[in-house]
Design a protein around this ligand. Structure first.
Ligand SMILES: Nc1nc2c(c(=O)[nH]1)N[C@H]1C(S)=C(S)[C@@H](COP(=O)(O)OP(=O)(O)OC[C@H]3O[C@@H](n4cnc5c(=O)[nH]c(N)nc54)[C@H](O)[C@@H]3O)O[C@H]1N2
Ligand SMILES: Nc1nc2c(c(=O)[nH]1)N[C@H]1C(S)=C(S)[C@@H](COP(=O)(O)OP(=O)(O)OC[C@H]3O[C@@H](n4cnc5c(=O)[nH]c(N)nc54)[C@H](O)[C@@H]3O)O[C@H]1N2
Ligand SMILES: [Mo]
Length: 699
């Protein structure tokens, strides 16, 4: 940041940064525009008699105290639901203090963006390795063979694979003679930059992956290497994969049996290979099985936990598996959603069922909602119904930086500071990074906006009966004591720091490297802690202490997958999503630099489908699913598999009452009106946002 007082002159990447080497994405470069955006909220808002007005912080908290506390007293804690959105995992305040709030409320109704995203991967990791955050990450910089499914990291920049400049890192794989294979219904930018692309039928990844396992076992290509003594349950694998031969799955996946056999042989034959799946493999009907099979392949080819394979990062702070944990079984379903009986996973309930929890009367009905950095009215399935449900709430608070599609339903909005006005440490994403690094970023701008951690603690005070003028510093001390106790360090070591800086300091001191926050402050370009290192067996904490490769909690769903083989391949049109470089889910569309140019919110259709349906490029189509219908421009392209339509999510900003002037004039259409809240991954209830049956006709 080049600053002139509090005016930002320029934003560019830090060439000396140990991880990014100066690479930044267009959204990072837009932080100046975010800073200057007049629509961004800088003070709390209260809605009275349907009209919004600015409020002081004291007024806003008094209003929350007046309306939320009686509701909890009368109806109990489960009457309050919390929705945690994606920005809350990129935000130190929300990450470190959000938990204190929902623990203080004591509600089981915690809904998250994770349940439209990666929960299946946590579930499979929890049962395979013992901890849901023990997630193997492709060792991008050393692998020779990368099989990517349902991921477009050239656009998304890598997810469950934190890696700046993915393009450069993928180029390097090919530069050293390696191979990249992409499995995606669409020929994405990543597919264009790969050696081989297979346009798979949406939702059929688990079938393909099982067939790859089938070939590797059948042709005796299994090579466990040093993993052999650390795996249990392998003997059940042949029977599980028996039905899924290449010939059986070929008509359902759209990939020929010969190609499948060749893919399996090349994967098994590569010196160092990694299999990686992302949202196209998790947010779908067989998300958990696909997530599991990705790692089954990594194990049976001997690539798990080996250099150039799929490895376990060791972050400097917050990594749950940093020290050997007592052996115990991962558990899920400790409670279930009231209306649809869906299981919690990691304490989170599927957001696909939030609307009916609000709309269905009875004990524990959701009457109040707190959103924390989330926009579920654009991001979650059957979005129209959720918006209608929000109208029925007795009270709603949004902790959010805009008055937008979701927060317009709130009664009180509490803004947070922009990224430049808060300190940052990437607590979550270093745990998923392709290299072990640590970096502390101090706030570069002052702000009048209260820090989110302070607002969250004030809410803790309110829901615990201490009132809106509770002692925030004392509550912060309690949180710090808890963090210190769990990390086994003395809280006094971090004095006189307070807030997130104290917690990060304590977590670093409790962490696996001999560093504290002062070391990071002395290294403004970051600390490089080296390439990923093998971590088995210490990283495993299952009951057996081994990789439980055929854990029953996962394989129970195999029969449902096998039933797919008995169905005739269908010619039903299906919808999938796509990410766009200049979008950030739903929320950066209010920055002119990121929405310039042609309308990106188009329905991509294959020329054959367009001809059959009478669709014309650039003209409007009506797209209909069980849950709703939208109208948007058609983009005819042979980059999409016939029978598949792709629409990006996060658009549809032309709603009444939002205060996002730029986004409203580049509105696009909300694809999640079409996403069906009844289509879920069988084990976790994660929404199947890919593979939704639709009809398309000229509008
Ligand atoms: N069809 C379809 N739907 C999808 C997906 C898909 O692939 N296809 N992807 C899913 C995925 S992976 C995800 S993660 C979800 C995301 O779903 P959400 O997390 O619900 O949506 P976002 O757009 O990330 O939410 C951004 C919200 O946070 C606010 N915000 C931004 N910065 C801050 C901040 O610093 N503090 C606070 N308090 N608020 C802030 C924004 O104003 C906005 O309201 O979408 C999901 N929805
Ligand atoms: N620029 C930008 N970057 C982002 C985001 C953003 O909104 N914009 N969002 C961030 C978030 S929250 C996340 S979770 C990550 C997601 O990161 P990625 O998963 O890499 O993101 P996508 O681009 O949605 O890639 C998913 C791919 O899956 C394909 N696909 C759809 N259905 C199927 C299927 O059934 N099988 C297979 N094999 N493929 C399928 C789609 O065509 C698409 O190319 O991106 C993050 N990065
Ligand atoms: Mo996500």
């Amino acid at each position: 940041m080049t600053l002139d007082g509090d005016t930002i002159r320029s934003v560019r990447g830090d060439e000396e940064d140990v991880f990014s080497a100066g690479y930044i994405c267009p959204k990072g470069a837009s932080l100046k525009a975010l800073h200057e955006d007049p629509d961004r909220l800088r003070q709390p808002m209260i809605k009275r008699a349907g009209r919004w007005g600015p409020a002081s912080w004291d007024e806003a908290f008094a209003e929350i105290d007046r309306r939320l506390v009686p509701l909890i007293e009368e109806h109990g804690p489960n009457a309050v639901a919390v929705y945690l959105g994606n920005p809350s995992s990129h935000n130190l305040g929300a990450l470190l203090y959000g938990r204190a709030l929902y623990k203080a409320i004591g509600t089981q109704n915690i809904f998250t963006a994770g349940t439209v995203d990666q929960i299946p991967k946590h579930f499979s990791s929890g049962y395979l390795f013992g901890n849901p955050f023990t997630i193997p990450i492709p060792d991008l910089d050393r692998t020779d063979h990368l099989l990517l499914l349902g991921a477009n990291p050239l656009v998304s920049n890598g997810s469950l694979m934190t890696a700046p400049d993915v393009r450069g890192r993928l180029k390097a794989i090919r530069g050293r003679g390696g191979k990249i294979v992409v499995v995606d219904p669409r020929r994405t930018r990543t597919a264009e930059a790969s050696d081989e692309h297979h346009a798979i039928v949406p939702g059929s990844d688990a079938l393909l992956l099982f067939a790859l396992v089938n070939v590797i076992l059948g042709e005796d290509l299994t090579e466990l290497g040093r993993l052999a003594e650390h795996v249990t349950g392998l003997e059940d694998l042949p029977a599980l994969c028996a039905p899924f031969t290449p010939d059986a799955v070929a008509p359902h996946t759209g990939i020929s049996a010969d190609d499948i056999r060749r893919m399996a042989r090349e994967l098994a034959g590569a010196d160092r290979a990694a299999v990686y799946g992302r949202i196209g493999t998790t947010a779908q009907m067989f998300g958990t099985l696909a997530s599991w099979l990705v790692d089954v392949l990594n194990v049976i080819t001997g690539n798990l936990d080996r250099e150039g394979g799929a490895m376990f990062p060791l972050a400097a702070a917050g990594q749950a598996n940093a020290v050997p944990a007592p052996r115990s079984s991962f558990v899920h379903g400790r409670w279930r959603s009231r209306v649809r009986d869906l299981p919690e996973v990691m304490g989170e309930l599927p957001v696909a069922t939030l609307a009916e929890e609000i709309l269905s009367p009875g004990r524990d009905q959701v009457r109040a909602l707190i959103t924390l950095g989330g926009n579920p009215c654009l991001s979650t399935p059957n979005a129209q119904r959720l918006a209608e449900a929000m109208q029925q709430l007795d009270f709603m608070v949004s902790i959010d930086v805009y008055l937008n599609e979701t927060s317009r339903h709130a009664d009180v909005i509490l803004p947070g500071p922009e990224p430049l006005a808060r300190e940052h440490y990437d607590l979550v994403f270093y745990q998923l990074a392709v290299r072990n690094v640590a970096n502390w970023t101090p706030a570069v701008l002052e702000t009048e906006v209260r820090q989110e951690w302070q607002s969250l603690l004030r809410l803790v005070g309110i829901v615990t009966g201490q009132g809106p003028h509770c002692d925030v510093a004392a509550l912060d001390d309690l949180v710090a004591d808890d963090v210190a106790r769990r990390g086994g360090v003395d809280v006094a070591l971090a004095a006189p720091r307070t807030g997130p800086a104290r917690l990060v300091d304590l977590m670093l001191r409790a962490g696996p490297y001999d560093i504290s926050l002062a070391d990071l402050e002395a290294a403004p370009h970051g600390l490089d802690l080296g390439p990923l290192r093998p971590r088995i067996p210490d990283v495993l904490s299952t009951p057996s202490g081994k990789i439980e490769i055929t854990a029953g909690a996962i394989t129970v769903d195999v029969a449902r997958l096998a039933a797919e083989l008995g169905k005739l391949p269908s010619d039903q049109l299906v919808l999938i999503g796509r990410r766009q470089l200049n979008s950030n889910n739903s929320w950066m569309h209010n920055l002119a630099s990121l929405v310039r140019g042609a309308n990106r919110c188009t329905a991509q259709v294959h020329p054959d489908d367009a001809a059959r349906l009478g669709l014309v490029d650039g003209r409007s189509a009506r797209v209909r699913s069980r849950t709703g219908a939208i109208t948007l421009p058609v983009e005819i392209t042979d980059s999409i598999r016939p029978g598949v339509v792709s629409i990006p999510h996060g658009w549809g900003h032309d709603v009444d009452g939002a205060r996002t002037s730029v986004a409203t004039s580049h509105a696009g259409t909300n694809s999640n009106v079409l996403a069906d809240d009844l289509l879920l991954d069988g084990l976790t209830g994660t929404a199947a946002l890919n593979g939704i049956p639709i009809d398309v006709a000229p509008a």
